[in-house]
Write a protein of this length. Sequence first.
Lengths: 110, 114
Amino acid sequence: GQQVMQIPQYQHVQEGEDFTTYCNSSTTLSNIQWYKQRPGGHPVFLIQLVKSGEVKKQKRLTFQFGEAKKNSSLHITATQTTDVGTYFCYYSGGYQKVTFGIGTKLQVIP
Amino acid sequence: DAGITQSPRHKVTETGTPVTLRCHQTENHRYMYWYRQDPGHGLRLIHYSYGVKDTDKGEVSDGYSVSRSKTEDFLLTLESATSSQTSVYFCAISESKSGAEKLFFGSGTQLSVL
C-alpha cells in the first residue's frame, strides 16, 4: 500500500536559521497540499502542488514537488518566531484515500 | 476564516456515556469531515460526508457514527465513550472531493473521557 513519511517529526532552530520538512512517498502522488497548525490552533491551508517539478514561493516559504511526484518539501528561509507550529503534508495518491502526514513540529528559539 | 463552528469547544465525560459533537458550516460546501488529532499520529480521518445523508468511513471509524441531515450540519457521535477516544476532534469542509480542493478546519473540540 501507499506509504508516506514526513520527516523530521521535530525540529528546533535558532531564529534566523533555515528549516526544511519533507514528505516522501513510496508511490506516485496525484497532488500534495501543505498545512500549518499553530500551537493550540487548527490546521490552515498553505499551498497545493500538482505538477511534476513544481516550485511555489510564499514570501520566505518555498514549496517543491519532485519530478517523480513522490516527494515534496517545504523550506523556510530565515525562520522567525511566527513560524512556530506544526507543518503537515496532505496527499492524494489517486484512488488511494487522501491522508495527512504525521507532521513536523517546528520550534524557533529567539 | 471559513464559517465553521464546532460545539462544544471542550467536554469532559465519563466512560460509557454517549457524546455528540456538532459541526456547523455557513459555506454551503458539499464535503464535510471529522478528524481526530493525537500526539504521534497526526490527523486521522474518522468519517466524512459527501452530501446530505451520504457518509462514508475513514481510517479510524470504529466506535464512531455520524449523521448529516442538512447541508450545514455534520454530527459525530460516540455511542459509548472510552478513554482511548480522548482526543482533539476537528471538523473540516471542502467544496469538492478531498485531495483536489483545500480543506477548511473548525477550531476543534477537546474531548476528555475519564
